[in-house]
Design a protein around this ligand. Structure first.
Ligand SMILES: Nc1nc2c(ncn2[C@@H]2O[C@H](COP(=O)(O)OP(=O)(O)OP(=O)(O)O)[C@@H](O)[C@H]2O)c(=O)[nH]1
Ligand SMILES: [Mg+2]
Length: 446
């Protein structure tokens, strides 16, 4: 029997041109991993011989290169490189349209043989039109283990632990099912004994593949949702000094971000569960810096913290930010000064490697006698705490967004802090490559 041969695979790689591009700005114009994937798909052809469906090329050199590339440790920015995931309904519609347009190989005079050839080719095309995008997604979404720890935390905290891997795993399972059922039906159609049987097997096969895809296509839409969420995450440039505002909830962090940053248009809102993370830029003395506003921290054990608090800790743990710690001693924010003091001491000790500046907010509301909550335990009224209640930690700047008091001094100090941060970043960058890589991706605390 004349084999329909590797013709089946030609012309079914979507967007081949756009995928065969090189990374812009990469040192040696390294080819994108998808390039190797497409090449491997093109070189892995199948033959229908004696009714069975056999791969003609096994694992290629390109595939192992692709695997090697995908294991490279990422710097921050992986979410912006995520592939565009098509809605599942569009993948299915486009695959069916393309498959049904496939004609039999030219020159087959026998009607039954021509129908068998057409049927096998159409079934094969449908299988590949569905499987190739799924495979591209599975290959192009990075393995969490190779991401920057900050991005890994974002995945866990925004999507829920394990959800990312679960959805990718399901997409791959769907791909495997489509391939297996597609091969089975293409092979069956190629073995038909008459034109009519070939037609029936073609229609039955198309229906079966469509059913399999349709029954599980929701996982592709879940992946689309993941891509959208992750792409909307704040992007931090590790080479630009960053100021991170930290403190208990409601102490005035966001108000200070608004004052310090170049204005609302430069601050973007990024959804984070039901709240938002603010990322923006500050321009001080013509220099541009980054600023991040984090969710408030409460006085409690790490295991009791919600995801918003965990995000704050992730920023401090994994990003080389300078800290602007905000204290509200006015009694307005809902966290007592003594609780704020406990949180502050813990965080300061834990992240002692960060450059640090303390600010006491809402100075216009500060009372002459320090605020003491009725619920506070007498044992906490020690000297250090008394001092804290009156004026905050040593060296703290007192500001009010309402009256503008202290804001110029704050801007000056923030500029000094970020200039120091810039010097630290330069130092890190001038270190030998191995040390730099480790610092950026594993222990970025400066
Ligand atoms: N009187 C006065 N009120 C202020 C000042 N700064 C902030 N506020 C008010 O304090 C409240 C909380 O301010 P935010 O800036 O939202 O505080 P936050 O720390 O970002 O709050 P969370 O995001 O919930 O942690 C708001 O009602 C502000 O208007 C200030 O200097 N004086
Ligand atoms: Mg806020």
């Amino acid at each position: 029997m004349k084999s329909p041969s590797s013709l089946f695979l030609r012309g079914h790689i979507p967007c081949a041109n756009s995928l065969l591009t090189t990374y812009k700005g990469a040192p040696n114009a390294t080819k994108h991993p998808i390039f190797y994937f497409c090449k491997s798909m093109q070189t892995n052809s199948y033959e229908i011989a004696n009714g069975s469906y056999n791969p003609t090329v096994q694992q290629t050199k390109e595939k192992s290169m692709m695997e090697k590339q995908s294991k490279k440790i990422e710097s921050i920015g992986a979410f912006q490189k995520l592939p565009i995931v098509m809605p599942s309904i569009d993948i299915l519609g486009s695959a069916l349209r393309k498959a049904k347009k496939i004609s039999p190989t030219k020159g087959i005079a026998n009607i039954a043989k021509r129908e068998k050839n057409k049927g096998a080719k159409q079934l094969d095309a449908l299988m590949k039109e569905l499987a190739v995008p799924l495979r591209t997604y599975v290959e192009s979404f990075p393995d969490k283990a190779y991401l920057h720890p900050y991005e890994r935390s974002l995945i866990e905290l925004t999507l829920g632990d394990g959800y990312y891997e679960k959805v990718l795993g399901k997409v791959d399972t769907l791909r495997k099912r489509v391939v297996s059922v597609g091969k089975e039906h293409a092979s069956l159609c190629a073995k038909s004994s008459s034109k009519r049987e070939a037609e029936e097997r073609l229609n039955g096969g198309l229906k079966k593949i469509e059913e399999i895809f349709a029954s599980e296509r929701k996982v592709v839409d879940d992946l689309l949702g993941i891509a959208k969420t992750l792409r909307a995450m704040p992007v931090i440039n590790l080479e630009t000094p960053t100021l991170c505002l930290v403190g208990a909830p409601n102490v005035g962090k966001s108000s200070l971000v608004h004052v310090l940053s170049t204005g609302k248009p430069e601050i973007c809102n990024y959804p984070f569960t039901t709240r938002v993370i603010l990322m923006g830029h500050i321009v001080l003395n013509y220099q541009k810096f980054q600023v991040t506003d984090t969710p408030g921290l409460l006085k409690r054990q790490d295991e009791d913290r919600n995801n918003l608090e965990k995000l704050t800790l992730a920023v401090l743990s994994h990003l080389p930010t300078a800290v602007l710690y905000v204290h509200d001693l006015s009694g307005e924010c809902g966290t007592s000064p003594s609780d704020q003091f406990s949180i502050y001491k813990e965080i300061k000790e834990r992240f002692s490697g960060h450059l640090w500046l303390d600010v006491v907010s809402k100075f216009d509301l500060l009372k002459s006698s320090p605020v003491v909550y009725a619920t506070e335990k007498p044992s906490l009224t020690e000297f250090e705490l008394e001092k804290y209640r009156k004026s905050g930690p040593d060296g703290a700047i007192h500001v009010s967004v309402k009256t503008q008091q202290g804001l110029n001094e704050l801007k000056k100090k923030v500029h000094e802090l970020l200039s120091l941060q810039m010097a630290k970043i330069k130092d890190t960058m001038e270190q030998p490559t191995e040390v730099k890589g480790t610092t950026q991706s594993v222990t970025p605390n400066l």
